[in-house]
Ligand binder design. Structure first.
Ligand code: SAH
Ligand code: SF4
Length: 433
C-alpha cells in the first residue's frame, strides 16, 4: 500500500536513520529511513535489527526487561523462522499477541510477476510499498542455489552493456526491501526451518562465519550475490544492515562465505565493505585499458583501474581460499583479444591478487551497442588466462527464455529508443564530471 505523507507517524528520534548521500554522482530521491507507520498506522518490522525492535517495544509501553525479551522472541520468529503472523509465535503469550498485531506487521516485497525458466532459473519482478519495481533471480545448479539480490531501483551508473544502466536511479532499497528478497525466496522455496530442527539462535548470537551453521544443509538457496539491479556500494548503509540480518546466526544464519557483493568499482567504499560487511568481493572489471573501461564502465573515469586494483589488494580477508572474483563481460572486438587476456594476467600478477575471473557472455538486449564475442573467442580467452594459473570459467547464460539478465524484466515494460538511451547516458556522464 502506498505510504502517503499524511499517514506517516511522527519519526522517532531514537530509531530514525538519515539517508546516505551518494558521493559524486546523481543523488537518488532520498528516502528517509525513518520508521514510519503504514496507512493503517502499524509499523512494518521487516528489516529492523533486534535493538531497534526492543527500543520500539519500550516506547510503546513495555518495561525495559519485557521489551528486550519480546524483541528477542519476535526477532527469532521474524528472521529465523520466517513467520509473518504474530499468532504463529507460539512462545509468546496468547494475550500478548494482539498487542503486537495492533501495532506491527511483518511484510514482504509485493510480487508483480513470477517466472520459472525451463532450466530451473526463477525470476521475480517485485514492487515496493511506494510502487517502484525491482528484480530478483534464483539460479540453481548442481552444487548450489544462488539468489541474485537487488540493492537499488535502477542505477546511477551507466555501464554501456548493462540494461539496468539505461534506467534512471529511482531510489535506494531499504534494509527491509533487501533482506525481504531473501525472505521471499525462502518463502517461495519452502525453506524456513521447521519446528524440531536444531536452533542456532539458542546457541549463538554471533555472525555465522563458516559453514558449520545449519543453513546450507539440504536447502536449495545456499548462496547470495548482490548482483541484481543497482550498485550496492552506493547504498552502503542499507546493504550492510540487510546483510547483517542475513549473516546473523540468530537471524537468517547464512555464512558470509556464501555471500558475494559485486561492485563496478566504488573505490572509496571498498575498505568499509571489507571491514563492516566482510563478504566475498566481486569486481566488474570488464576491460584492462583506460580507454575501453572509460567507455563501457564510466565510473572508471572517476576511479581508474590502478586505484581499483590497489583497493582490491587491500581488501581484508582476500586470500587464496577466498579469492576476489573479476567479472569480465565478453564483448565482440571490444575487450576480447589475446592481448586483452594477457594484460588481464599482467594486472592480476602485478597487484598480487588472489583472483579468479568469471567470463560472462554478453547478454544482448534491444538497443545495445555491443555484440557477444564468438564462442571460440571466449574459449581462447579463457585458455590464455587458465594457462597463466588463474581460474577463468565461462559462465553459462541462464534463464534466457525469461530474460533473466540484470534489468531485463523491468525494462521489457519500459522500452527506450536509442536516442533516449544516448540522452540518458549523456546526463549520467555529465554527472560523473
Ligand atoms: N552494480 C554492480 C552489481 C550489479 S551488475 C556491478 O556492476 O558489479 C552484476 C553483473 O552483471 C556485473 O558484473 C555486470 O557487469 C553484469 N552485467 C550487466 N549487464 C550485463 C549483460 N547485458 N550481459 C552480461 N553481464 C551483464
Ligand atoms: Fe549499474 Fe552494475 Fe549495471 Fe553498471 S553493471 S549500470 S554499476 S547495475
Amino acid at each position: 500500500m502506498p505510504i502517503s505523507e499524511t499517514s506517516k507517524a511522527a519519526p522517532d528520534a531514537n530509531v530514525s536513520i538519515a539517508p546516505m548521500a551518494i558521493p559524486g554522482l546523481i543523488d537518488p530521491v532520498p528516502v528517509a529511513r525513518d520508521i514510519t507507520a503504514r496507512a493503517d498506522g502499524r509499523i512494518d518490522l521487516l528489516g529492523l535489527p533486534r535493538l531497534t525492535i526492543a527500543d520500539m517495544f519500550a516506547e510503546a509501553g513495555l518495561d525495559a526487561k519485557a521489551a528486550k525479551l519480546r524483541a528477542k522472541q519476535v526477532y527469532h520468529w521474524l528472521y529465523h523462522r520466517g513467520v509473518t503472523s504474530f499468532d504463529a509465535m507460539t512462545d509468546i503469550a496468547k494475550t500478548m499477541r494482539p498487542w503486537l498485531a495492533e501495532r506491527y506487521v511483518i511484510g514482504r516485497p509485493e510480487i508483480v510477476v513470477s517466472q520459472h525458466s525451463e532450466d530451473g532459473t526463477r525470476k521475480w519482478l517485485l514492487r515496493t510499498d511506494d510502487g517502484h519495481e525491482f528484480e530478483m533471480v534464483f539460479i540453481p545448479d548442481e552444487a548450489r542455489g544462488t539468489l541474485c539480490v537487488s540493492s537499488q531501483v535502477g542505477c546511477t551508473l551507466n555501464c554501456r552493456f548493462c540494461h539496468t544502466g539505461t534506467m534512471r536511479l529511482v531510489r535506494n532499497l531499504t534494509p527491509g526491501e533487501i533482506v525481504g528478497q531473501v525472505m521471499l525466496a525462502r518463502d517461495a522455496l519452502g525453506e524456513w526451518p521447521k519446528a524440531g530442527q536444531p536452533d542456532l539462535a539458542e546457541l549463538t548470537d554471533e555472525l555465522v562465519d563458516d559453514d558449520g551453521g545449519y543453513s546450507p544443509d539440504g536447502r536449495l538457496l545456499t548462496n547470495i550475490v548482490m548482483m541484481g539491479m543497482g550498485e550496492p556500494l552506493y547504498n552502503f548503509d542499507n546493504v550492510r544492515d540487510a546483510l547483517r540480518l542475513v549473516m546473523d546466526g540468530a537471524g537468517l544464519a547464512l555464512s558470509k562465505r556464501r555471500i558475494t557483493l559485486s561492485t563496478s568499482g566504488v573505490v572509496p567504499m571498498m575498505a568499509r565493505a571489507g571491514a563492516e560487511i566482510g563478504v566475498n568481493l566481486a569486481v566488474s572489471l570488464h576491460a584492462v585499458s583506460k580507454e575501453v573501461r572509460d567507455e563501457i564502465v564510466p565510473i572508471n573515469r572517476k576511479y581508474g583501474i590502478d586505484e581499483l586494483l590497489a583497493a582490491c589488494a587491500a581488501y581484508p580477508g582476500a586470500s587464496n581460499a577466498r579469492r576476489i572474483t573479476f567479472e569480465y563481460v565478453m564483448l565482440k572486438d571490444k575487450n576480447d583479444s589475446d592481448a586483452d587476456a594477457r594484460e588481464l594476467i599482467r594486472l592480476i600478477k602485478h597487484y598480487r591478487l588472489p583472483a579468479k575471473v568469471n567470463l560472462i557472455p554478453f547478454n544482448p538486449w534491444p538497443g545495445a551497442a555491443y555484440e557477444c564475442s564468438a564462442p571460440d573467442r571466449i574459449r581462447r580467452f579463457s585458455e590464455i588466462v587458465f594457462e597463466a594459473g588463474i581460474s577463468a570459467p565461462i559462465r553459462t547464460p541462464r534463464g534466457r527464455d525469461i530474460d533473466a539478465a540484470c534489468g531485463q524484466l523491468k525494462t521489457a515494460a519500459t522500452k527506450m529508443t536509442r536516442a533516449e538511451l544516448d540522452r540518458l547516458a549523456d546526463e549520467k556522464q555529465a554527472a560523473l564530471g
